[in-house]
Design a protein around this ligand. Structure first.
Ligand code: 1HE
Length: 264
């Protein structure tokens, strides 16, 4: 179903909602979904204004490619302060994704390059179809990542692999991207959205407090010392298990009314 109001008014995005899952699709296919100043602002707007009943988001791109990164036609020479603020604007938008209200699944196909890979890296789960490829062409363009890539991408694939991508222009195909840790799922061509929605549906039906803990506590625990991390984990575990929803889910399991763990 199409959304109404503010989210429907965004001309560079296609936004719709199916049950508890919101779908945000980059909608500049003629420019390979290049991220202009207008588009980054609209992405930010979506994540600041998620409808109350949304429990998961799927992010995708219209046309043949997920996203070609920064709109290079807008990369004017700015003074240093303005350039820093421009990059910080991307950080703010992508932080709204990573540390927002609900988990976000990226459905990737075709080019996932530069700022497009930075956008994907700020999502919580990445699904790629076999047409997807990953690159950081900033090196060739004489620029640097500015959308959080240097913070998030090494945490997915390791610093050495990212250095190679940026220094040599190496492009990873879908298979290589999966093995390097860029994506958690790989599917045949054209099936990335189906898979992403299936995953989003599972996320949406889990307890919101668990989703919150995974999104907000886990990445912080990873950055803490082990002793602090263990304590933060205990705090988060105590908070989660204290919710009525957790108690109801535990009771349902003990009454034989909840799903067992199965390998699909
Ligand atoms: C663009 C952009 C763009 C396409 N900014 N206009 N990103 C890059 O360096 C990647 C640049 N793009 C490409 O390498 C290719 O376009 C693709 C591999 C993504 C797709 O190829 P293809 O053959 O399907 O499309 P195309 O013919 O290259 O492009 C179609 C149109 O989109 C064309 O415009 P037209 O007016 O001539 O039709 C392209 O100019 C336009 N287009 N990509 C502007 N990126 C916060 S810092 C982040 C830093 C970065 O992201 S740097 C990496 C930038």
């Amino acid at each position: 179903t199409p959304v109404t109001g503010l989210l429907a008014s965004l001309d560079l995005l296609q936004v719709s909602q199916a049950g508890k899952v919101l779908h945000m699709s980059l909608n500049r296919p003629a420019k390979r979904n290049a991220i202009s100043d207008g588009l980054i602002a609209q992405i930010h707007t979506v994540f600041l204004n998620l409808p109350e009943d949304v429990r998961a988001v799927v992010v995708s791109g219209q046309g043949e490619h997920f996203c070609s990164g920064l709109d290079l036609s807008e990369l004017v020479q700015r003074d240093i302060g303005a350039a820093i603020l421009h990059s910080r604007g991307w950080h703010t938008a992508f932080e709204a994704i990573q540390y927002g209200k609900v988990p976000v699944v990226a459905a990737l196909h075709g080019a996932v390059v530069g700022g497009g890979l930075e956008l994907a890296a700020s999502c919580h789960i990445r699904v790629a179809d076999d047409s997807a490829y990953f690159g950081l062409p900033e090196g060739q363009r004489g620029i640097f990542v500015g959308g959080g890539g240097s913070v998030r991408i090494p945490r997915l694939m390791g610093t050495a692999r990212m250095m190679d991508m940026m220094l040599t222009g190496r492009v990873y195909d879908a298979d290589e991207g999966e093995r390097a840790g860029l994506v958690q799922y790989r599917v045949p061509v054209g099936q990335q959205l189906t898979k992403a929605f299936a995953l989003a549906e599972k996320i949406a039906n889990n307890a919101p407090m668990t989703a919150f803990a995974v999104m907000h506590a886990l990445p912080r625990i990873v950055e803490q010392s082990p002793a602090e991390g263990l304590f933060t984990e205990s705090l988060m575990a105590a908070a989660a298990s204290n919710t009525p929803e957790a108690q109801a889910r535990l009771a349902a399991f003990l009454a034989g009314k909840a799903a067992k763990v199965v390998k699909e």
